[in-house]
Design a protein around this ligand. Sequence first.
Ligand code: SD4
Length: 328
Amino acid sequence: MSQRRKFIRQSLLGSALFIPGVAASCAQTNEEKSHSGDKPLILSTWNHGLPANADAWAKLQETGSILDAVEAGVRNTEVDMENLSVGLQGLPDREGITTLDASIMTGDGACGSVAFVRQIKHPISLARAVMEKTPHVLLAGEGARQFAIAQGFPLEEEKLSPKAQAEYDKWKVTSQYKPIINIENHDTIGMIGIDAQGKLAGSCTTSGLAYKMHGRVGDSPIIGAGLFVDDEVGAATATGLGESIIRICGSFLIVELMRQGRTPQEACEEAVRRLISKNKDIKDIQAGFLAINKYGEVGAYAVHPGFNFAKATESGNILVDANSHFKP
Ligand code: SD4
């Protein structure tokens, strides 16, 4: 973990940042009383989830909309210049071009996503526009960019950030692509949230795997793989090697396991077991899942150690280490 990340983690854990929340106002049913979750609740993947959660929480207070919250939260990460796996500052594909994937979904089944899109600073907002302004779910590549222009999204200059350029130059020396277990290389942000009334929403945004083949799309914009949300059950999101997650429809699988009665933790663990059984060379594959159910209970699990997530509730915004199938 970099020094900067360690610092953010320690300082925020130390102060357990309190954010006065939108109070849970609904009378509890007996079924709800037998569960011990939090509402509202916002979870997001990795350390950068802390500032993203803070923005999401502020937006929830401002507009009362959990959809607005999960969009605003990951917009923070999309312009975090330190993050090399999200946004236009992310590492490029093997041709040196940064292409972005994003998805957004609400618990009533509404969803939108964009894949293999260039020059768009906030692909999550473009995904939301696909959801709200088209009859479609997924727009890709040049069509997504044309739609962005039509919607008034500014096009950014196609130029690698200095950090991404330096990394790309280093990579070009050997030009080898191999997904490796390294938490610094798996920084997609997936965010899922529930409001005080039990409405759920989620978002996921990434520049995908570094030095991928041009045209490669990961799990993040695939509804059911990188993200799935259902108000009747709960929500899940994923990070890590997209191919391994798509193979098992990871997020959908977790929501369906919860529908059948598993807790979010049990469902994440089962999804990791499934992923391990369906992917060769598992020692080189990292993937992690996050889930919440409609009671505001939380689950998180990864293939290998190193996965963590940020959890915002009325009592604070903290970083939590997830357990993993393989032990340190
Ligand atoms: C992908 N799931 O495109 C993403 C990668 C990831 O940080 O999580 N990167 O496969």
